[in-house]
Design a protein around this ligand. Structure first.
Ligand code: PLP
Length: 389
């Protein structure tokens, strides 16, 4: 398999697995236990908290471990709604992940108001429109993703945070796709809440974290034994926490070495090879504000559902630009919000890259894409040529 679906999930880094294994084997004590074995595990959990905090420029006390992005997002929305009922409005964009959209739906069902700020066709939020939508005294929370999972578009979080704060609103960002890929610093981009997920950064699934600025109050979603400083009840997923800490440490190292440039070169080579053969190819999302790991690619008149089948047969793992729910393809709400036609959305594929991909991976995959597009177009009899090289 050539794995080009890193935005769906990433392989666990062998060093992350190594770091967590002792906590599945010998260090199984409960971190709340007062004896030595428990205290040892507690120290490891606190070290992981420091590692995650360092990735974000946060203080360790501002980090709560959760089961992943979805839980972190739900927890923030529920907390703001509960603690600030007099500020009933939540502002999101139409390109948010389902975790935010569904949590927003619940916000509304519980009597709050939800407003969707428009995005430009390049996927970036319309800051002018956001500014005019913000209502001092009414808007309680602005929840906008830092980077989009389908297109990789990076939001102007600094401007969003400044604007929302000027209107007296709190700011949450779903940084699940941004964390570990681009530098995030909550000291220079002062969001109040930030959600991240381990399995998008080479830690196991079911791990994640929530940053809550020490400036703001927080009410836990899960109550119980008072773990995580009274912020998330339930015995800690210690191996998962250790893995997330190690993954954060490695991500910080890779942000500083040449890894980002290497992945970008692979992604650019992939796009270049396909473009040379299919000149009418289009890439969705702001070219200047796009994750170096993501390509949302439209091959006009080339049915993505058929492409997925052919690419799967060729051993290439990627996604359609449409969300797949229970096996059925639906038009992507992200592309729809960007004013991409339903026809182009149905011809869009997402390829997402990670640090374990190689040049030969992307070259083979590009050739498989070109080959498959040729077959699909022949079958459709659409007459568009694919130049073979
Ligand atoms: N937000 C974004 C942008 C995502 O891509 C995902 C995962 O697909 C999530 C949230 C949910 O994260 P998790 O799978 O950890 O619950």
């Amino acid at each position: 398999m050539i794995y080009l679906d890193a935005n769906a999930t990433t392989p666990v880094d062998p060093a992350v697995l190594e770091a967590m294994l002792p906590y599945l084997r010998e260090h199984y004590a409960n971190p709340s236990a007062s004896y030595a074995a428990g205290r040892r595990v507690r120290r490891a959990v606190e070290q992981a908290r420091t590692q995650v905090a360092a990735l974000l420029g946060a203080r360790p006390a501002e980090i709560t471990f959760t089961s992943g992005g979805t839980e972190s997002i739900n927890a923030v929305h529920a907390s703001v709604r509960a603690l600030w009922p007099e500020r009933p409005e939540l502002i999101i964009t139409g390109t948010e992940h389902a975790a935010v959209l569904e949590s927003a739906r619940r916000w509304q069902a519980q009597g709050g108001q939800v407003t969707t700020a428009p995005v430009h066709p390049d996927g970036r939020v319309d800051l002018g429109a956001l500014h005019s939508l913000l209502r001092p005294g009414i808007t309680g929370l602005v929840s906008i993703m830092w980077a989009n999972n389908e297109t990789g578009v990076i939001a102007p979080m600094h401007e969003i945070a400044a604007m929302a704060h000027a209107a007296g609103a709190l700011v949450h960002t779903d940084a699940v796709q941004a964390a570990g890929k681009i530098s995030l610093d909550v000291r220079t981009t002062p969001v109040d809440f930030l959600s991240l997920s381990g399995h998008k950064m080479h830690a196991p699934k079911g791990t994640g974290a929530l940053y809550v600025s020490q400036r703001v109050r927080f009410e836990p979603l899960l109550v119980g034994g008072g773990q995580e400083n009274e912020r998330r009840g339930g015995t800690e997923n210690v191996p998962g926490i250790i893995a997330l800490g190690k993954a954060a440490e490695l991500a910080a190292q890779h942000l500083a070495d040449g890894t980002k440039a290497r992945i970008k070169a692979l992604r650019d080579r992939f796009e270049h090879l396909i473009h040379a053969a299919v000149p009418e190819m289009r890439i969705h999302g702001s070219p200047a504000h796009r994750l170096h790991t993501t390509t949302s690619l439209c091959l006009p008149e080339t049915d993505a559902a058929g492409m997925l089948i052919l690419l799967d047969q060729a051993g290439i793992a990627c996604s359609a630009g449409s969300a797949c729910h229970a096996g059925a393809l639906h038009a992507s709400h992200v592309l729809e919000a960007m004013d991409v036609s339903a026809r182009d959305a149905a011809c869009t594929l997402r390829f997402s890259f990670n640090r374990f991909n190689t040049k030969s991976d992307v070259e083979s995959a590009a050739h498989a894409v070109i080959e498959s597009a040729h077959k699909i177009r022949e079958a459709q009899g659409c007459g568009l040529a694919v130049i073979s090289h």
